[in-house]
Design a protein around this ligand. Structure first.
Ligand SMILES: [Zn+2]
Length: 328
């Protein structure tokens, strides 16, 4: 089986974004050390909107110059060492700004679909070019939507074709949520680990795109009680390394604590305890796509990931989109 370890390289988007150091740079370095130890490579979906804003505001706020240099240097280093750098778009950066020593996140337009078609095309084109300017031209062909909001896809389809973005990894089976910011509904996504599509990433049909969905797993409310409790009881092991606050997701916590939910297979926090269980459930499939966020990693999660790779590296192929590019 091909196993992809994919990470959304980004700050938090709530009241407090947290720092580049604690949300991105340090946890990514720890991840890289685990990967290096086992000789495997990671996929980083880089939130380019943040880098564009760093560049825009760094001349007025010298403290951002250091963040800009450290972030772009880390991306270059990851790429040079064979890790995969791909495109992650959180378009609310378009409206956000830096003032009085902090980022002010304006998330009225959180999804790409909240923008007009010509603006979407500008965002996709300039973000992709910006990211490639740090690594290599034509190196980016895979995408993950911010907050998994990839629908309605026909609104960005043309821009994706124009920009040679042919692989998406935003869908996870049975995922469904909507709020003021979020909107995704993957209830109809096929029970496959990969398919081609045309206008709708949840519909397997002939088309120019390949969906490699994030793997998903059904979790009990008990699991989330444990997850939230452990964070309180043993913060050293179970508190996220990032120092920001997530964007509000009304009703989500209650839902997790009261009913069975389908969620992503993830390295974040205590979710990492389920990696082996997920792998068993995906037996017979060709891909397992694991998601993570450097900001949401915990010491427990890093150790669980280390063990998971150790136990499976001889049986499975830990890979990246870049390495599989010819076959996608
Ligand atoms: Zn994201």
């Amino acid at each position: 089986m091909n196993i992809y370890l994919t990470f959304d390289y980004e700050l938090y988007f709530g009241e407090r974004t947290g720092t580049a150091k604690n949300c991105i740079l340090h946890p990514t370095q720890l991840l890289k050390e685990v990967a290096d130890k086992h000789g495997i490579k990671l996929v980083q979906f880089v939130d380019v909107g943040y880098i564009i804003k760093l560049e825009e505001f760094k001349s007025s706020f010298p403290e951002l110059e250091e963040d800009y240099q450290s972030i772009t240097n880390q991306i270059k280093q990851l790429y040079q060492e064979g890790h995969d750098i791909q495109l992650h778009i959180h378009p609310h950066w378009e409206d956000s700004y830096y003032r009085d020593g902090k980022w002010h996140i304006v998330a009225d337009r959180y999804k790409l679909a909240d923008f007009a078609t010509h603006e979407i095309d500008r965002i996709v084109t300039t973000y992709k070019q910006k990211l490639e300017s740090y690594i290599a031209v034509n190196s980016i062909f895979a995408f993950r939507a911010g907050g998994w909001c990839i629908q309605p896809f026909d609104k960005f389809k043309d821009s994706f074709i124009k920009n040679n973005i042919t692989v998406d990894s935003s869908v996870f089976r049975k995922g469904k949520y909507s709020s003021q910011q979020y909107s995704y509904d993957f209830s109809n996504a096929p029970d496959l680990s990969r398919w081609t599509f045309n206008n709708d990433p949840c519909k397997s049909e002939e088309g120019p795109f390949t969906e490699i969905p994030i793997s998903s797993i059904k979790n009990s409310p008990l699991f989330y009680w444990k997850l939230f409790l452990l964070g309180r009881l043993n913060p050293y092991e179970h508190k996220p390394l990032g120092d920001g606050i997530p964007i509000a997701a009304p009703g989500m916590r209650k839902k997790l604590l009261t009913q069975f939910t389908q969620n992503t297979v993830s390295v974040d926090g205590y979710n990492a305890a389920l990696l082996s269980k997920a792998l068993k459930q995906y037996k017979g499939k060709n891909e397992l796509v694991i998601i993570g966020h450097p900001k949401s990693l915990t010491r427990f999660g890093l150790k669980a990931l280390d063990r998971f790779i150790e136990d499976n590296k001889s049986k499975h192929n830990f890979t990246t989109f870049q390495k599989e590019r010819k076959k996608l």
